[in-house]
Ligand binder design. Structure first.
Ligand SMILES: Nc1nc2c(c(=O)[nH]1)N[C@H]1C(S)=C(S)[C@@H](COP(=O)(O)O)O[C@H]1N2
Ligand SMILES: [Mo]
Length: 248
């Protein structure tokens, strides 16, 4: 259904395995693995991970950015921070960092900010273009001095999805340092509404809607996703077998 770089790569690997007999032909193999072809392949697959998602013009912004999934966490803890206008909320940054942090909204806003007008694509079959403003995740991870051993960044959210399972998501180091990966506190020039993830949400623009974790409470740097939830890297990955990478 979703054809992305990852499925294409997996497809290519499968094709190679299936072509064992042809690959034994030396000429074919030499062409296949020639420096030139390797370079082309690397350019298209590996290096493409730095590519930017398309950005749009202000007049292309959707009149309404609909809410999906949780529209209000409604837990006692969330209601308590909401009541103070999120003045008491802190984003914790913990795990494989040399300097764990607990940042207020004011502190997050004091970092250099990035704005981007991008399209959000939900697997349920809708899209919306919105203008996001926030701090690059890279900036925050550098402030916390991310350790070299950290391979994934895990996002813990305020909403309880039932049975004590909180919504969570994760991305790898490459996506964590992508220039369009930001912790957004504004949508369309207004502070993020509760429906869209107040006070802070992830924007990881080359990925599907369910990766865009709302209601951020804590960010953990880890070296493995096993032992977190059911180990597949996200709530929907754990409970509905959604693809972890979810690239678009
Ligand atoms: N914490 C949390 N984050 C979440 C969800 C959720 O239910 N809880 N839903 C996801 C899904 S499936 C989508 S499409 C987007 C929707 O974001 P929006 O409500 O701003 O449209 O948030 C994602 N992030
Ligand atoms: Mo979604």
């Amino acid at each position: 259904m979703i054809l992305n770089r990852r499925t294409l790569l997996l497809g290519a690997t499968a094709t190679l395995a299936g072509c064992d007999r042809i690959a034994r032909n030396e000429t074919f193999r030499n062409t296949l693995f020639s420096a030139e072809n390797f370079h082309k392949w690397a350019q298209r697959s590996l290096m493409a991970r730095d590519a930017l998602a398309q950005e749009f013009r202000p007049d292309q912004i959707s009149p309404v950015f609909r809410a999906n999934g949780t529209a209000n966490p409604n837990t006692e803890a969330y209601k308590a921070i909401w009541r103070t206008g999120f003045a008491d909320w802190r984003l914790e940054i913990s795990g494989l960092v040399e300097r764990p942090l607990a940042l207020s909204l004011a502190q997050l806003r004091a970092f250099p900010q990035r704005e981007q007008i991008t399209r959000h694509d939900c697997v349920e079959g809708w899209s919306a273009i919105g203008k996001w403003r926030g701090v690059p995740l890279k900036t925050v991870l550098e402030a916390a001095r991310l350790r070299d051993s950290a391979r994934y960044i895990v996002f813990r959210c305020a909403d309880d999805m039932g049975g004590g399972n909180g919504y969570y998501e994760s991305i790898d180091r490459v996506d964590a340092f992508h220039p369009q990966t930001i912790l957004a506190h504004m949508l369309n020039d207004r502070p993020l509404s509760v429906a869209n993830g107040a006070p802070l949400r992830l924007r990881v623009e080359r990925h599907l809607g369910y990766k865009q974790a709302k209601y951020l409470m804590r960010i953990d740097a880890v070296d493995t996703l096993s032992g977190i939830g059911r180990g597949k890297g996200g709530f929907w990955e754990d409970h509905a077998n959604y693809d972890w990478y979810a690239g678009i």
